[in-house]
Every structure is written in structure tokens, then in C-alpha cells.
Design a protein around this ligand. Structure first.
Ligand SMILES: Nc1nc2c(ncn2[C@@H]2O[C@H](COP(=O)(O)OP(=O)(O)O)[C@@H](O)[C@H]2O)c(=O)[nH]1
Ligand SMILES: [Mg+2]
Length: 344
């Protein structure tokens, strides 16, 4: 599933802006009506105003419903992020109310058209137009909390990390200051993107590198997989569970230098907890800051330095092999016991 480009969600107009735009354009449209007979001209003009205003309101509202992703179409990770960020129920409810508003406006326009056809006097045409405008305004008023909600939700959602669940992803965990962000930068082609999880003030880095035309994404987990799970609230646990859906590999980074912010014992406890949580994924344990270690002290370990670049290319190779995304399987060479539909 491709990622949602949260940054591309369109702006949401304020409710009075929606009405202004619709009424302004509708007046212009009615100016184009030509008919030498006043009675027929006004009838056409009033109908044109109502139909044009309705169609602008309708298309503005429907564009929101369509440009905002349907929750069911999102990856589990994105669904969990939306839920944590703005609440899935509010999300569904708001889009539902906006859809309802669009439908109401369309049906009022239809009723008004039929009414204008039945009317026989110029005053009646004007009144029918005014009545329709009044009803449009009140529909928009009714859904204005939902429209405002959508505008605010957009600002939160725009900051979410966009992860493409059809491409490999490496989740980088470890205690604060072990060097997670620095490692992601070292492995990345280009500057990592900065994003935010909705439930921590910490920024996260989203990096990637390309290997044989595949995009290997790396995502940081500050505030999530960096301290004991007993300190977690529900939303954070939900996001942690979601990480399992995107990660092909969990990279657990350990700072075993003497000056590490978190004691080695606590880092090991965290490793155990994280391993328990993300049990389905292969884990690679990597020691950071090898430049600060005595030579040979990390001999049998995977060790890297984001400062000198030591071990970085070897680690990249190991990650690619662990993920095995570019293993090509020969379809003619399936295992003996492979189920074959043509033999059923
Ligand atoms: N000497 C050395 N310092 C590092 C290395 N990687 C990170 N650091 C330093 O460790 C501190 C924390 O790094 P950071 O990447 O922000 O850690 P994070 O909290 O796990 O993301 C920073 O001051 C980095 O400059 C490394 O490989 N060698
Ligand atoms: Mg960091």
C-alpha cells in the first residue's frame, strides 16, 4: 500500500469563505443570462443563481470527502496514527457530516428548481432564490463544527510521517541519545525528513536509502521505543503496536560507551521489552559510537560510528540481506509441497 502524502492534504476553507465563494460566483453566472423578456429572464437568473451556488458548495464539500483518505483504505500503521493524532471516530463523523451537507444542498437546489418552474410571478422567483440561499447557509452552519474540525485535523496530520508500506522499512529503537538520529542520517541519501508523532513533542527522523531501485525507509522512534513500557499510555501502545506493521527489521541501537545517558542495564531491559513487543520481526542489535570504544572491545559485535562512518556500509549490506526484498524467486522452482491450484 502506498503511503498517504499527509503533506498534500488540501487546505480547508472556513465556512463563511465557502458561502462567499459560492454566492459570488453564482451572481456572476446569473449576469450571463440573456432574455429580452423580463419575466423569463428573472426566472432563469434566479434558477441559475441557485443551481450555481449549490454546485459550488457541493463540489467544495465533496472535494474534501474525496481528497481525504478513507480510513479503511489506510495501512494499519496510518490508521493507528490517525486515531492517535485526531481520533478515528471524529474523522469518520466529520467526513460523514460533510457528505450529508453536500447531499442536502443538492436536494434543496432540485426542489427550488421545480418550485421556480411552478411559480408565475417575478417576486416569487426572487423569494425562491432567497429562501434557497437561506437554507444553504443554515446547512453550512450546521456542519461548521465538522468543517472547522477538519481544518484543524489537517494541521496535525500534515506533520505525520508518510511511510510507504509497500517498500521496506527499518524501525530504529533504543534509549535516548544512543545515536538513533545520527545513524539514520549516516545511512540516508540526502537529509532525513523531519516529522512528528502526534503524542510526543519529540521530532522524529524519517530517512531512506536506495538499493537496487528499492527504497529502504528508516524511521526513528523517539518517545515510543526509548523508555520502559510501563510508562506508556494507550495511544502510545497503539502506535507501538502499529510499528510492527511497517517494520521489516527492528534495529536496536545500544550505546555501550561509559558516558551513555542510560545505563547499559536499563538499555538491556528495554531491548528485552521491545523484543517481546515486536516479536514477529527480525532484530539486529547494533552498537553505536564505535569511535569512542577501545579498539577490539566490540570485535564480535555489529558496531558503527556515525561520526567516522565506520561500519555503516557493512550495516547497510546486512540490512538489505536481512530484508531480502530483492531476492528473486523463480516461479518454476517452487518447493515440492507448494500448493498448486491447478491440481485441486
Ligand atoms: N562520538 C560519537 N558520537 C555520536 C555518534 N552518534 C551520535 N553521537 C552523539 O550522541 C548524541 C545523541 O545522538 P542522537 O543521534 O541525537 O541520539 P538519539 O537520541 O538516539 O537520536 C549526539 O550528541 C551525537 O552527536 C557516534 O557515532 N560517535
Ligand atoms: Mg533522535
Amino acid at each position: 500500500m502506498a503511503s498517504i502524502e499527509w503533506r498534500k492534504i488540501p487546505t480547508v476553507l472556513k465556512t463563511d469563505e465557502i458561502l462567499d465563494k459560492a454566492f459570488r460566483k453564482a451572481s456572476k453566472q446569473s449576469d450571463t443570462v440573456e432574455d429580452p423578456d423580463k419575466y423569463h429572464r428573472v426566472r432563469k437568473q434566479m434558477n441559475k443563481m441557485v443551481q450555481s451556488a449549490a454546485s459550488i458548495i457541493d463540489s467544495t464539500l465533496i472535494a474534501y470527502v474525496e481528497r481525504w483518505p478513507s480510513l479503511n483504505a489506510l495501512s494499519d500503521f496510518d490508521q493507528a496514527l490517525v486515531d492517535a493524532a485526531v481520533g478515528s471516530d471524529n474523522y469518520r463523523k466529520s467526513l460523514g457530516a460533510i457528505q450529508w451537507g453536500a447531499e442536502r444542498v443538492r436536494s434543496i437546489a432540485g426542489e427550488t428548481q421545480r418550485k421556480i418552474l411552478r411559480l408565475r410571478d417575478i417576486d416569487g422567483f426572487h423569494q425562491a432564490r432567497r429562501a434557497a440561499y437561506g437554507r444553504f447557509s443554515s446547512i453550512i452552519d450546521q456542519i461548521s463544527p465538522e468543517i472547522d474540525w477538519l481544518g484543524e485535523a489537517r494541521d496535525t496530520l500534515r506533520k505525520l510521517p508518510s511511510i510507504d508500506s509497500s517498500e521496506p522499512c527499518i524501525v530504529v529503537a533504543g534509549s535516548p541519545n544512543v545515536g538513533k538520529s545520527a545513524l539514520i542520517s549516516s545511512l540516508s541519501s540526502g537529509e532525513p525528513e523531519i516529522a512528528a508523532y502526534p503524542f510526543t513533542t519529540k521530532q522524529l527522523h524519517l530517512g531512506h536509502f536506495i538499493h537496487r531501485r528499492r527504497k529502504y525507509q528508516m524511521v526513528d522512534t523517539p518517545g515510543l521505543l526509548d523508555r520502559p513500557m510501563s510508562e506508556r499510555n494507550n495511544i502510545e501502545m497503539q502506535a507501538i503496536a502499529a510499528l510492527e506493521n511497517i517494520g521489516d527489521v527492528l534495529l536496536f541501537l545500544i550505546d555501550s560507551t561509559a558516558n551513555a545517558t542510560t545505563s547499559l542495564e536499563e538499555q538491556m531491559n528495554l531491548l528485552e521489552e521491545v523484543t517481546g513487543l515486536i516479536s514477529e520481526r527480525p532484530i539486529i542489535i547494533v552498537h553505536s559510537k564505535s569511535d569512542l570504544h577501545e579498539k577490539h572491545s566490540l570485535e564480535d559485535k555489529v558496531a558503527v560510528s556515525s561520526i567516522t562512518g565506520e561500519g555503516i556500509e557493512e550495516l547497510r549490506q546486512t540490512l538489505v540481506e536481512m530484508i531480502g526484498a530483492d531476492d528473486i524467486s523463480d516461479p518454476l522452482n517452487l518447493p515440492e509441497d507448494w500448493p498448486r491450484s491447478d491440481l485441486d
